[in-house]
Write a protein that binds this ligand. Structure first.
Ligand code: C5P
Length: 226
């Protein structure tokens, strides 16, 4: 198997979640969300290198949580003010072969499974990047500039998840441009840089991104039933 490094992003403020702790440190099924995310990668790929990106203000809290749960912390990198900046900070610290596969994962997706992770790696070695997706289950409408809206064919759309996987040299090249607001994930950065062979892989409906407080119970049920 290819050499793989996983970047777990946990430097967001998580304001939409309205919890006391930033959402990545909220407890689900007995321990902080981000510990589940990190272990998902350690369990899926033995010997994987992991990097955890956090806000330096939460470093002490993270270290206390690691002691409390007997958890071995990945190497820590300081996050930035946007997700894009957090990824850029992390990839600039990686010293590895150009063709090492870098997986970039939202730490707030603790229920990612091994099939999704391995599917991304297997595809990423063959192309410019791999993106796990799921079909859209809600009906969709597109907003027009005059304030009206129209139904669209949802079968033409996919909801994008993480981890997304790319070869290290290509990812570094793509991140070597100034930030743009449309960079909501790594695939959008790669696409802007001209990488066209981005392939979709099978994601999972369980790979929920903890965004609202109500997501906590859903994620807890998934993790407890495994
Ligand atoms: O805000 P959103 O849910 O889209 O964030 C996705 C992931 O990116 C989260 O895991 C969050 O912690 C991380 N993030 C980050 N640095 C930021 C903003 C978000 O690491 N500045």
């Amino acid at each position: 198997m290819a050499k793989v490094v996983a970047i777990i992003l946990a430097a967001g403020s998580g304001t939409r979640c309205k919890t006391q702790l930033p959402k990545q440190y909220v407890y689900v099924a007995g321990r902080p969300v981000v510990m589940w995310s990190i272990d998902a990668f350690r369990n899926a790929i033995s010997g994987i290198k992991t990097i955890l990106v956090i806000n330096p203000d939460t470093k002490e809290l993270w270290e206390e949580l690691c002691i409390k749960h007997g958890f071995e912390s990945p190497r820590l990198v300081s996050g930035g003010s946007t997700r894009w900046e957090s990824v850029k900070n992390a990839i600039s610290t990686i010293t590895a072969d150009d063709d090492t596969i870098v997986l970039v994962h939202d730490g707030a997706r603790p229920a990612v499974d091994a099939e999704t992770i391995c599917g991304v790696v297997e595809t990423a070695v063959k192309c410019d990047g791999a993106i796990p997706v799921v079909p859209v289950t809600d009906s969709l409408r597109v907003l027009n500039t005059d304030g009206t809206s129209e139904a669209v064919d949802r079968s033409l759309y996919r909801a994008v998840q993480t981890p997304q996987g790319f070869k290290l040299d290509k990812l570094l090249r793509a991140y070597n441009v100034p930030y743009r607001t449309e960079f909501t994930d790594d695939a959008s950065v790669m696409e802007y840089a001209g990488y066209k062979d981005l392939r979709l892989t099978t994601g999972s409906p369980d790979n929920i991104k903890l965004t609202f407080a109500a997501d906590i119970q859903a994620i807890e049920n998934i993790l407890k039933n495994r």
